[in-house]
Design a protein around this ligand. Structure first.
Ligand code: HEC
Ligand code: HEC
Length: 286
């Protein structure tokens, strides 16, 4: 019975994939109107050498979205995520630590975080793999004496958005060698492992079928350079970790949790697949 269900589900998915045509990513350029002027974002680039030919060109997920969705990201005034960036800035300035510290007391303005988003996840001096959420929670707990923020809490997501925006336009350059090598290998293994009743890996959808339609959805390469993103469907910010949970759930698998060692390694690996793409700050997706 179980295998019968699996066969049906796999067949349905194959039909969904093959029933609709391949479509190239849009030929479009992303220039964002910001308060400080116009800013160009790299949305396609030659694939990094470490991808070993698995992809020739890497593309932002933005190029796979419809024109209306793409337009919302062209102007901060139209980007619904900017409200959350502002909330992140309020939090940044709030004296909330045990001794009344705010993030700003030690870091000054959020522009002190410029560049960070383009180089995370990264490995700490004591050999731990850290996603941005870990860096933030390190200060929240150890330097401010507070309870850690939930990885998908409003405070965390708003702060991720605020910090990401500081690196907007910078090019992803995540390290995969040295102390990062073991995490890279682990993430890569997860990326190519088939999970769930549908027995599908990340690569089955985002490498083998990028450009194809799955149901009515134009499959991208599953890059994280736009994250956190504002998802119109959820009317909320979504982190890369949350997106991984959602994608694995769609294969009807038991999923790893947001913030698990597995998904942190996966985020490092997926981020490195986008080395060369521009950080979008806060992308807009459907
Ligand atoms: C059954 C097919 C399928 C599988 C398997 C799958 N995804 Fe996805 N994924 C989608 C669809 C559909 C979307 C939404 C359209 C798009 O951006 O590709 C998506 C979106 C994404 C995005 C957002 C991209 C953006 O720019 O907004 C990321 C990141 C992502 N997937 C990563 C993963 C990872 C990592 C895995 C493996 C754990 C995975 N996906 C497995 C179908 C899949
Ligand atoms: C008591 C001082 C203090 C406070 C308060 C504080 N931090 Fe930090 N933070 C540090 C120090 C020290 C470091 C490590 C050295 C560095 O990178 O600046 C650090 C590092 C970081 C990093 C990694 C930066 C990098 O470039 O490696 C992030 C992200 C960060 N803090 C975010 C925050 C946020 C968000 C808040 C408020 C919720 C906050 N910090 C509050 C002192 C503080």
């Amino acid at each position: 019975m179980r295998s019968h269900i699996k066969t049906l589900a796999t067949t349905a998915l194959c039909l969904a994939l093959s029933g609709m045509a391949y479509a190239d990513p849009a030929e479009d350029a992303l220039d964002i109107e910001t308060e400080a002027g116009s800013m160009s974002i790299v949305t396609s680039a030659p694939a990094a050498a470490h991808l070993d030919g698995a992809l020739t060109t890497v593309y932002s997920g933005w190029l796979f979205r419809d024109p209306d969705t793409r337009d919302m990201e062209r102007d901060d005034f139209d980007n619904p995520a900017m409200v959350y960036v502002d909330l992140g800035l309020d939090k940044w300035n709030e004296p909330m630590g045990k001794n009344g510290e705010s993030c700003a007391s030690c870091h000054n303005g959020p522009e002190s975080m410029k560049g960070l988003r383009a180089t995370t996840p990264r490995v700490s001096a004591d050999g731990k793999l850290q996603i941005m959420e870990d860096l933030i929670n390190g200060c929240v707990t150890e330097r401010m004496g507070l309870e850690a923020w939930g990885l998908t809490s409003g405070d965390m997501k708003n702060m991720l958005a605020l910090i990401a925006v500081q690196s907007r336009g910078e090019v992803v350059n995540v390290a995969i060698d040295g102390p990062a090598a073991e995490f890279y290998a682990k993430g890569k293994e997860i990326y190519y492992t088939r999970y769930g009743q549908l027995e599908m890996s990340c690569a089955n959808c985002h490498e083998d079928n990028a450009g194809n339609y799955i149901r009515a959805d134009h499959l991208s390469q599953g890059q994280v350079s736009g994250f956190p993103v504002y998802r119109l469907k959820d009317a909320a910010l979504v982190t890369a970790q949350q997106r991984f949970v959602g994608c694995v759930r769609d294969t009807r698998a038991e999923t790893f949790k947001a913030g698990s060692e597995e998904f942190k390694a996966l985020e490092l690996y997926v981020a490195s697949r986008g080395n060369g793409l521009g950080i979008e700050g806060v992308g807009v997706r459907h």
